[in-house]
Design a binder for this molecule. Structure first.
Ligand SMILES: [Cu+2]
Length: 379
């Protein structure tokens, strides 16, 4: 992949600029069971589960609920047409539901997730919190889809490794108006400092979004075209999430080794299993430079604007889960808190993950086993 190295170093410059702009990290909040705002969350139960997860004695009368069932997440391609259609409708439904006061600026539940993800985002990206934080985030989102928008099908993940040779041929990007996430559109727009294309096909054609400003769902599959022989689309990024890349991730020894591989730190020619789909799409799904020279910088982490974010991150979680199934790995957690700093090893399983009002803030330990209450799911 000629040229990738220089592109990587230019994206590192972006990251360094962000680091300088971000400054000190925010104080993590603690569990606030006295102030329930999200009606689909069991705050007292989570208070008990959080206490138990960090080894604190439960108060009199406190009980950790049990899972009523363990839900199995399945690959997108295995959903029926009807399930896919329901899933898409429930995603869109979140735009019509109130945000229960989560975000100070945006009124609907869809935006609340985007807003939370832009808030102090360097605290839970490119560091040890990344996988636990996003696991919980995707799970809370699936709860919202079920309990607020009535989605009762399986929670899907997108095994994009199966599409690594040519992401564009993935059925995910189908233009089917009921079940396709749509592809790269044709109308060039520039709302966020870089050119993208309005998504004009699929279930989210002409979807209106509000963060950071009113605009249409935007992607740009040609952002990395110089990497490809055809010079049209950045499909060469697929090498970063090939079966070999996943095998390497699953052979990681420590949790911090897994995180490094997921982010592509182990290989300067790769963007990593997590970042590459973001970068491939740019636009709302977010890649290097998106929104850099705008008034909204550095609150650039708008990736949940793109409805594909959830099935993408569910796959990252599936890789994390698969690694945890190896002997002795389930409860391993270590690594850096300051992002992009492999010399740091200060993250702890008792750290409290910040969700800015999107339910209580759980300790890392409460996220490490998906089959435990409250997540109650498996793969
Ligand atoms: Cu993220």
């Amino acid at each position: 992949m000629p040229g990738l190295l220089s592109l990587v170093s230019s994206s590192l410059l972006v990251v360094q600029a962000l680091l300088a702009a971000h400054g000190t990290h925010a104080q993590s909040g603690s569990l606030d069971a006295a102030n329930p705002i999200v009606p689909f969350v069991d705050y007292p139960g989570m208070a008990a589960a959080s206490a138990q997860a960090v080894g604190k004695p439960l108060a009199h009368g406190q009980r950790v609920p049990k899972c009523k069932s363990i839900k199995k997440r399945i690959e997108w391609r295995k959903l029926t047409y009807g399930q896919k259609k329901d899933y898409m409708q429930s995603l869109k439904c979140l735009q019509k539901k109130p945000d229960f006061g989560i975000s100070p600026q945006y009124p609907n539940l869809y935006d609340a997730f985007v807003w939370v993800h832009t808030t102090n985002w360097t605290d839970y990206h490119l560091n040890a919190w990344f996988m636990p934080w996003h696991r919980w985030f995707v799970w809370i989102h699936s709860e919202a889809m079920e309990k607020v928008c009535g989605y009762h099908g399986p929670v899907p993940y997108w095994n994009y490794t199966a599409d690594y040779k040519n992401l564009l041929e993935s059925p995910i990007f189908s233009s089917d108006p009921n079940i396709g996430f749509g592809s790269h559109g044709r109308t060039a727009v520039n709302v966020s400092g870089l050119v993208g294309y309005k998504v004009d096909n699929g279930a989210f054609a002409n979807m209106k979004l509000n963060i950071p400003v009113n605009h249409y769902l935007t992607r740009n599959f040609s952002a990395w075209k110089t990497l490809d022989p055809t010079r049209q689309y950045g499909i060469a990024l697929g090498e970063s999430f090939s079966p070999a890349a996943v095998t390497r991730a699953l052979s990681a020894d420590k949790f911090s080794d897994l995180e490094a591989i997921i982010e592509g730190f182990d290989n300067p020619l790769h963007f990593g299993i997590h970042n590459s789909p973001h970068f491939f799409s740019m636009g709302d799904w977010t890649g290097p430079g998106w929104m850099n020279n705008t008034q909204w910088f550095p609150q650039i982490a708008v990736a949940p604007n793109d409805p594909i974010f959830w099935i993408h991150h569910a796959y990252v979680d599936q890789v994390f889960w698969s690694w945890q199934q190896k002997p002795g790995k389930q409860w391993l957690f270590n690594g850096n808190f300051p992002w992009f700093d492999p010399t740091d090893n200060s993250a702890k399983a008792t750290d409290i993950l910040p969700f800015y009002g999107l339910g209580p803030n759980p300790p890392v330990n409460l996220t490490l086993k998906t089959e435990n209450w409250p997540m109650c799911y498996t793969y």
